[in-house]
Design a protein around this ligand. Structure first.
Ligand code: PHB
Length: 390
């Protein structure tokens, strides 16, 4: 008789002991993290860098955040806004994720923010700068670990005005990120007395730049401001130099123009000045440790996208630590992340009321294969968060 019952009793006893001896959250299921990123197309490398950075931080925490192991779900969003709502619903309805992490493209991120607002799902944006995400679409459970499109543009407007440029042409992709980057640039540049003589654009993700480069040559501005990123940035920088414009009309940009792209751009990128919240030569102990760990783990040099992914995981970790792993405690989660000083490789940052990083925007110059930090273009720059009410 006892032979049958003993294992049952022992099993119940062991379970009771384990329960009594462990913190409450040790009983929780895995945390379902839904990564919605581009793994194909012009931003493919950016998506991979974000995932690498995110996973690096989780690995450094022993594979757990807030005491919970992670279960990963992934969707390739192809940087295609027309598929974004279906893609995000796959993660929410099919996979039942606890938190969404994405994306790179502003149009895709706005669709994600809309669904996150409607469904109440936690969202951390690890790149896309769409001003609306931390503007009219802001919400207590929506956070950004990266930047707003306004930020690097605004900082560069001040830099170019100080350099004495008066008449500038802008060129970008015609979508939220390009439009808002140029708008931020224009706001600061015109405030300082400069004039934007022409805004040029082409549809995302086209890279047929020749006709526009010919137009720049004939307009003869003092300088050019641009937003391009990923594969498109590689081609633009090469075509600009190839058209013989680099020596006569200085090219400036939001730092995405030369981030994660320098190997492919080669000499065409030499000397370019850009503004961004990260650079390759910060030389702080925090950044050195991050860069070493990233290079060891992935046999790749990190870039701004890797940092943003890493910090998205840090922010999630901060929120989960405060709620003992219970991501449904949204108010406690938001309070903890909202008051945190996030120890980023870029330098410590805090979040604005609308949950966008308040951060230093560096002035960087391409020297060889590095975006060398040559100064701080704008100290602790906060996005105005226009239209955010929460
Ligand atoms: C964006 O669409 O918001 C975007 C994409 C790539 C970047 C930066 C911003 O590098």
């Amino acid at each position: 008789m006892t032979t049958r019952r003993t294992p049952l009793i022992l099993g119940a006893l062991a379970a009771a002991l384990a329960f009594a001896g462990a913190p409450a959250w040790a009983q929780q299921a895995k945390l379902k993290v839904g990564l919605m990123l581009p793994y194909t197309g012009t931003f493919a490398a950016l998506g991979t860098a974000i995932e690498n950075g995110f996973r690096l931080y989780v690995a450094e925490q022993g594979g757990k955040l807030g005491g919970r192991e992670i279960e990963w779900f992934k969707v390739d969003d192809e940087s295609d806004p027309s598929k974004a709502t279906d893609n995000v619903n796959k993660l929410i309805k099919r996979d039942n994720v606890d938190v969404l992490v994405g994306s790179v493209h502003s149009g895709v991120a706005m669709a994600m923010a809309r669904v996150a607002r409607d469904s109440g799902t936690m969202l951390i944006v690890p790149n896309a700068g769409a001003d609306a995400v931390t503007g009219p679409m802001c919400a207590p459970h929506i956070f950004r670990s990266s930047f707003s499109n306004w930020q690097p543009g605004y900082a560069m407007g001040e830099v170019m005005a100080k350099k004495g440029h008066k008449k500038v042409v802008t060129i970008t992709w015609k979508y939220a990120a390009g439009d808002e980057s140029v708008k931020g640039f224009r706001e600061a540049f015109e405030k300082a007395g400069g004039q934007v003589v022409k805004d040029l654009s082409l549809p995302f993700p086209n890279v047929e730049f020749q006709a526009l480069l010919t137009e720049i040559a004939s307009l003869k501005p003092d300088a050019v401001y641009t937003f391009f990123a990923g594969g498109g940035a590689v081609k633009f920088v090469k075509d600009y130099a190839g058209a013989g414009l680099k020596a006569s009309i200085p090219l400036y940009g939001a730092g995405f123009l030369t981030d994660g792209t320098l190997e492919a751009q080669g000499a065409a990128a030499d000397g370019l000045l850009t503004t961004l919240h990260y650079g390759d030569s910060l030389e702080t102990p925090r950044d050195k440790a991050f860069r070493l760990a990233y290079a060891k783990g992935y046999k790749l040099q990190p870039d701004v996208y890797a940092v943003q992914g890493y910090d998205a995981a840090q922010m999630l970790g901060i929120g989960l630590a405060a709620t003992k792993g219970d991501i449904t405690k949204k108010a406690e989660f938001a309070a903890a992340v909202g008051k945190a000083r996030i120890d980023s490789p870029r330098g410590p940052f805090t979040l604005s009321k609308s949950h966008n990083p308040v951060q230093d925007i560096y002035l960087r110059q391409v020297v060889g294969k590095e975006n060398k930090v040559v100064g701080v273009a704008s100290k602790a720059l906060a996005d105005p968060g226009r239209g955010c009410r929460m």
